[in-house]
Design a protein around this ligand. Structure first.
Ligand code: ARG
Length: 585
């Protein structure tokens, strides 16, 4: 087994040994509480709690005893006891240098896959058929994709599940409208992404004409009864929408593919048995003719128990029944132990109730768990929910196109030296980086203001800043090779870390694994964003203070290695956010 490049991880087993040797086997697993620190490189804060545990009044002396037993001279330059018993740790530059050297060229940067991977379902994006993808779907799509990429990279087996809204009463009016338009015309409209117009026209006719309403109702009945011709028409709507969604995903460069669609209709065959199982387990009851479950703890404003409606009085199944069937399928068929629902905060109660009922029914039992990965709204400059001037919700494609246009301006301005053909590819990366990073870098549960002008800036906490840091690091490497014939040293080459800026950069590099673990645990991609931003800042300082090509010998080799490791870490980190980083800009 290789030791981790991360000193907190490399030191943890050393602490366990010292704890056991000095305080006895029962204290071996005391968490050393190793943290990054501004005062030294690291800090271990376990002495205070341990003193309490063993009834020792003076935590400083506990810290001293612990340090005396710590065998870590290969990693640690010095331990210092501070304040009431904090242990400040300075890491040996030689150790950092050898860690850096051993990881050179490793595409995983020395980070192993998880030894006990989980099966994880991520339910995300999930737009509705024959309805436009709007800015709310941006967040689900971008956050869900980042989580999928991170968890998959860690070695988990990830099932992306695009829970497309492709069933239910609106399909009556949508199919009838399709017939009115004629199939060819309908396909044309849907194919070019005129989903809003299509849906609104159907809705308008439904509201205005009783005859149309009647046709729509009959059509829903035929659809639910499995009428062949009706299903064929329904499938046109579903397929056209799916291929439209695919074009949006492609533009946005997300990893969702057609095979990830498991829409609401996918669960139709099991809805009846969901109801039956709930009845058998005596969990459901009839309320106003509807089959309901009243999970304990959910009450209305008037303090009345709240029902989760599983089957309506007209015998139709709704959104909740589908989600119950989905959770049962995910735990029992897919064998998932972790399920993430990346859906806006307004659906919090729905998911809390679905999870509660699934637990009552035994479909969601430890170790399996479900989490609603909620997120806030995208706001306009006026701090209100982002809308077009006419008050409609903003189409996701329009937003992507607008960011591409702005990105192209920025690229034309900053990268005039690059041939035009390549510039448009760069603009695509810049546009996507701008929107994705702005979305991912703010705390997921908070609202954020969509400000394209700020988002495409090459300076400040933006995705574009990170792309430039990455491209700069690549260009340094190209230049080192072209001007001085210096290439990135091979793994195992001798390295020396001397300058404080070198040390800070290598320490920052070593944090990546912990950061990814935190993202996975807390489902907070903004922590990876913050890490990459800090990495770029440290890199820029290093670049400012430490000449690379003009230095010599081991120093030059080390600096080239640091540039390469930073470039690789940025590229990897960005790719896990779903952002592709061009090698030159
Ligand atoms: N289609 C729904 C919407 O647009 C989101 C579905 C979320 N996923 C789920 N399993 N309910 O609001």
């Amino acid at each position: 087994m290789t030791t981790s490049i991360d000193p907190t991880r490399a030191l943890a087993p050393r602490f366990a040994l010292a704890l056991e040797a000095e305080f006895g086997a029962e204290h071996r697993d005391v968490d050393p509480l190793l943290q990054w620190s501004d005062r030294a490189d690291l800090q271990a804060n376990c002495a205070l709690g341990l003193a309490k545990r063993i009834g020792e009044k003076n935590p400083r002396s506990v810290a001293e005893r612990l340090v005396a037993k710590l065998d870590a001279s290969d990693i640690v330059e010095r331990f210092e006891i501070a304040g009431p018993g904090f242990i400040n740790i300075t890491i040996k530059p030689e150790w950092l240098a050898s860690q850096l050297s051993s990881r050179l060229g490793d595409p995983r940067m020395g980070i192993a896959k998880k030894s006990a991977p989980e099966v994880i379902v991520i339910d995300y994006s999930s737009p509705n058929v024959a309805k436009e993808m709007h800015v709310g779907h941006l967040r689900s799509t971008v956050i869900g994709d980042a989580l999928a990429l991170v968890l998959e990279w860690q070695g988990h087996s990830v099932h992306r599940q695009n829970h497309v809204g492709d069933w239910g009463t609106p399909f009556g009016m949508l199919i009838e409208h399709l017939l009115d338009l004629g199939e060819t015309r309908a396909v044309e409209e849907l194919g070019v992404g005129e989903l809003n117009g299509f849906y609104q026209a159907a809705r308008a006719k439904f509201n205005e004409s009783d005859a149309f309403k009647d046709r729509a109702r009959k059509r829903v009945v035929a659809l639910q009864a499995g009428d062949k011709e009706t299903l064929r028409l329904w499938k046109i709507l579903v397929d056209e929408s799916a291929s439209y969604f695919a074009t949006v995903y492609k533009k946005l460069d997300v990893s969702l593919q057609h095979e990830h669609i498991a829409g609401e209709s996918f669960y139709n065959p099991w809805l009846q048995s969901v109801v039956e199982e709930l009845e058998e387990k005596k969990l459901s009851e009839l309320s106003d003719g509807a089959v309901c479950v009243f999970p304990p703890g959910f009450v209305s404003k008037e303090k009345k128990p709240l029902p989760l409606i599983v089957q309506k009085s007209d015998e139709g199944f709704g959104y909740a029944a589908t989600d119950l069937a989905a959770i049962r399928y995910r735990t029992q068929t897919l064998k998932a132990t972790r399920m993430l629902y990346v859906v806006g905060a307004p659906q919090a109660q729905h998911f809390a109730m679905v999870f509660a009922v699934a637990k009552m029914a035994g479909w969601l039992a430890a170790p399996a768990r479900a989490e609603h990965v909620a997120f806030g709204s995208v706001l306009g400059a006026d701090k209100k929910v982002f809308r077009t001037r006419s008050g409609d919700s903003v189409r996701l494609v329009d937003l992507i196109d607008a960011s591409y246009d702005r990105a192209l301006e920025v690229v034309n301005e900053n990268s005039a030296h690059i041939p035009e053909g390549e510039r448009s590819a760069i603009a695509k990366a810049v546009g996507n980086a701008a929107i994705k990073y702005a979305d991912l870098s703010s705390d997921r549960v908070k609202d954020y203001v969509f400000d394209l002008d700020r988002m495409v800036q090459p300076t400040g906490d933006t995705g574009v800043y990170l792309l430039y840091a990455h491209a700069r690091s690549r260009s340094i490497l190209r230049k080192a090779e072209a001007d001085a014939g210096v290439t990135v040293p091979a793994a195992g080459s001798r390295m020396v870390i001397e300058h404080p800026a070198e040390k800070r950069l290598v320490l920052q590099l070593s944090k990546l694994e912990s950061v990814l673990d935190e993202v996975a645990a807390t489902l907070a991609p903004h922590k990876l964003c913050a890490y990459l931003f800090d990495l770029s800042v440290h890199f820029n300082k290093f670049w400012d203070q430490c000449p690379v090509i003009k230095s010599e010998g081991d120093t030059r080799a080390t600096r080239v290695a640091l540039v390469a490791a930073t470039a690789d870490a940025l590229k990897l980190g960005l790719s896990l956010l779903g952002i592709s980083a061009p090698d030159r800009m």
